[in-house]
Design a binder for this molecule. Structure first.
Ligand code: SF4
Length: 360
């Protein structure tokens, strides 16, 4: 039997009522996984009664790994001058884009580190060249820490930076770099990266300028359960005012090859904790329509199971992944397998665009 308090909270969420911070915390403190999953599935069904689970054919392009910040959870970045530091040439980027175009891909997720000295024109020309060459592919690029880095380097406002990028071809902004939107947590795991308020400012400004964005959460490191709740409530509050988030994606800290992982001798956060947190996020984020699974970090079985814990989207096919794979987690799942996993779970798989328009 589940705790009656938890039952009451779940009944409230299933009935469509908003959960408070205390109620969200009560759910995260519960170890009774199945009732949480059932409630999250019912709420996901209310958002998507047609029984479809979507995914997008996309790829990553990490244009550079040079970064001036230091995040102890990150195995991807290199300092400028490091022998493994790189900046992709335009031809290398075109080659990756050609591969995506040949598969009728509709989105490129383009992110880098916080490069200390590339001129703004580099990014504007990159966007406009890609937009001219691949008009059917949405440029989903530059997470909030990169936008803040541009604003700082070029002495521009966040609005000016996003406006210029939008004009150059930027189609939407990925929600990376959120980790946990609580500054006391951010200070313990990152140096030289944007604050919670700055992350939210980028998203609010983007939404005001007509760009849609995603929202993310990377958990299972130094944060408390209350910090996870604060993060979710910040996203919900912003969505109330702008409505600009298309989707929420959460994943667990991947410790391999990271200073934080070795210092704290971390073990991977369990699948139980992942499924529970995703289910609670679905119940708290009553104003965000789509929840994506993170099969890239969790593997295909848990990715499939997460469809019964509040997710309604399988994310991207990710022809290439460089960030979490550097931290020891990367599952390569081809498109046909993604379709089979969705169908085996009892849903109809459908390709989509960045903006959740169905393509079949
Ligand atoms: S997470 Fe991003 S900002 Fe932090 S070190 Fe890695 S690349 Fe740089």
């Amino acid at each position: 039997m589940s705790n009656p308090t938890v039952e009451t909270i779940l009944d409230k969420a299933v009935a469509g009522q908003r959960l408070s911070s205390d109620e969200a915390l009560g759910l995260l403190e519960s170890e009774d996984l199945l009732p949480l999953g059932q409630a999250a599935r019912q709420v996901a069904h209310r958002h998507h009664p047609e029984g479809v689970v979507t995914y997008i054919v996309d790829r990553n392009v990490n244009y550079s790994n040079v970064c001036s910040a230091v995040c102890t959870f990150c195995a991807f970045y290199r300092t400028r001058g490091h022998e493994e530091a790189y900046l992709l040439t335009r031809e290398e980027i075109y080659e990756k884009m050609d591969e995506l175009a040949s598969m009728d891909g509709r989105q490129v997720l383009m992110q880098g580190g916080l490069h200390p000295d590339l001129p703004l024109a580099f990014y504007e020309e990159l966007l406009s060249d890609l937009k001219a060459r691949y008009p059917q592919i949405n440029l989903h690029a530059f997470s909030p820490p990169e936008i803040i880095n541009f604003a700082t380097l070029y002495d521009l406002s966040v609005r000016e930076v996003i406006g210029r990028m939008h004009e150059a071809g930027l189609g939407s902004i990925p929600g990376g770099g959120a980790e946990i939107l609580v500054d006391s947590v951010r200070k313990r795991i990152s140096h030289g990266k944007c604050t919670s308020a700055e992350w939210l400012e980028v998203m609010e400004t983007a939404h005001e300028l007509g760009l849609r964005t995603t929202a993310t959460m990377m958990f299972g490191h130094v944060e408390t359960l209350a910090d996870r709740v604060e993060h979710l409530i910040s996203l919900r509050d912003l969505q109330d005012s702008t409505g600009g988030f298309t989707a929420f994606i959460c994943w667990t800290f991947q410790p391999d090859n990271t200073p934080l992982g070795s210092r704290l001798n971390y073990e991977r956060t369990t699948s139980h904790e992942y499924l529970k947190t995703q289910a609670v996020a679905r119940l708290v984020l009553d104003n965000i329509d789509n929840v994506q699974t993170s099969w890239v970090t969790q593997g295909e079985e848990i990715g499939q199971l997460s469809l019964l814990f509040g997710a309604n989207d399988f994310g991207g096919t990710m022809l290439e992944e460089n960030v979490v794979s550097a931290a020891g987690a990367y599952y390569d799942v081809p498109e046909e397998r993604i379709r089979d996993l969705i169908a085996e779970a009892g849903f109809t798989p459908k390709r989509r665009t960045t903006f959740y328009e169905l393509l079949e």
